[in-house]
Design a protein around this ligand. Structure first.
Ligand code: AMP
Length: 284
């Protein structure tokens, strides 16, 4: 596995690969890698000749400074895991490489209502930061395929919108959420949970699955209320539980004949904020 810390070094290497007609898949991450990330590396390996992964803890997407400073940084373990999983290229830039003073990296597109709900409503500026870093990284890597996880459902919707609004050629590929044995969605943040809370956090996925099983039995507001109640355990504080149209992400009042419906939630487990989602209806 080749490791590059500079844009120039990476771009020289990628230019050579492109000359020899290699198809390039790209997995952007914040590091502290786990099997969820590795499933995306595998997906890229299956579909492309070369897999590029980046590790960059992007300051512009953290609305809480303490969340940024507490974000785990585990480069040695990450690069070992990537090597073992046949990643070809690791890009590990510093902030100056991604945000040089002479390049305006801001993304000025209108996300409509996509970023005013759920994570967008609770984490002001978060998706501006996500769009900014993904656009910048795509401009650097110029991959054929961008591989992202359904774990961050709204993030996927934002990036899909950006790729289309900016007429970017990269194809977006989505991988399913990988979970721990008891159902908790894998996340770098899980490392910050105590053993006990980590076990108890299985309630989030359990609740999502309960909602899926009961989607015909109750109306939407009742499902949401019952879901919040189920997750209201000691030390757990649900921030939102929203049943929404899977494309527009706007909250819905009834399922009716909707073809694509998702339930998304954010829950505080102690001092750690966890997000998860479940597609309730998919007739697309
Ligand atoms: P992050 O490092 O948290 O920014 O995640 C990098 C990529 O990995 C994003 O596309 C995430 O959606 C994806 N990802 C994170 N956790 C999981 C998971 N448990 N299963 C599948 N993909 C994931």
């Amino acid at each position: 596995m080749k490791v590059y810390k500079t844009v120039k070094g990476l771009q020289n290497h990628i230019a050579k690969l492109k000359k020899s007609k290699k198809r390039i898949g790209y997995v952007p991450t914040l590091g502290a890698l786990h099997d969820g990330h590795m499933s995306l590396i595998h997906k890229s390996n299956e579909q492309c000749d070369i897999t590029v992964c980046s590790i960059f803890v992007n300051p512009t997407q953290f609305n809480e400074k303490s969340d940024l400073s507490k974000y785990p940084r585990t480069f040695d373990a990450d690069s070992k895991l990537l090597k073992e999983n046949n990643c070809d290229v690791l890009f590990f830039p510093d902030v100056k490489q991604i945000y040089p003073k002479d390049v305006d990296t801001r993304v000025k597109i209108d996300f409509g209502k996509l970023d005013s709900v759920m994570e967008g409503a609770h984490r002001p500026g978060h998706f501006d930061g996500v769009a900014q870093v993904v656009k910048r990284l795509l401009d650097i890597v110029k991959p054929h395929e961008l591989v992202m996880g359904q774990k961050d459902f709204q993030q996927v919707a934002i990036i899909r919108h950006m790729l289309s609004a900016l007429k970017m050629k990269t194809k977006l590929v989505i991988g399913p959420t990988v979970r721990e044995d008891h159902g908790l969605a894998m996340s770098s943040r899980n490392e910050r949970l105590s053993k006990k809370l980590r076990q108890e956090a299985a309630i989030i996925n359990k609740t999502l699955l309960w909602v899926k099983d009961n989607v015909k039995k109750y109306d939407v507001p009742t499902l949401e209320k019952k879901a919040i109640k189920k997750m209201n355990l000691p030390k757990f504080k649900p921030e939102y539980f929203e049943i929404a149209d899977g494309i527009t992400l706007q909250p819905i009042k009834t399922i009716g004949r909707k073809k694509y419906v998702v339930a998304c939630t954010a829950v505080w487990a102690g001092k750690v904020r966890l997000i998860d989602n479940c597609v309730l209806i998919d007739k697309l």
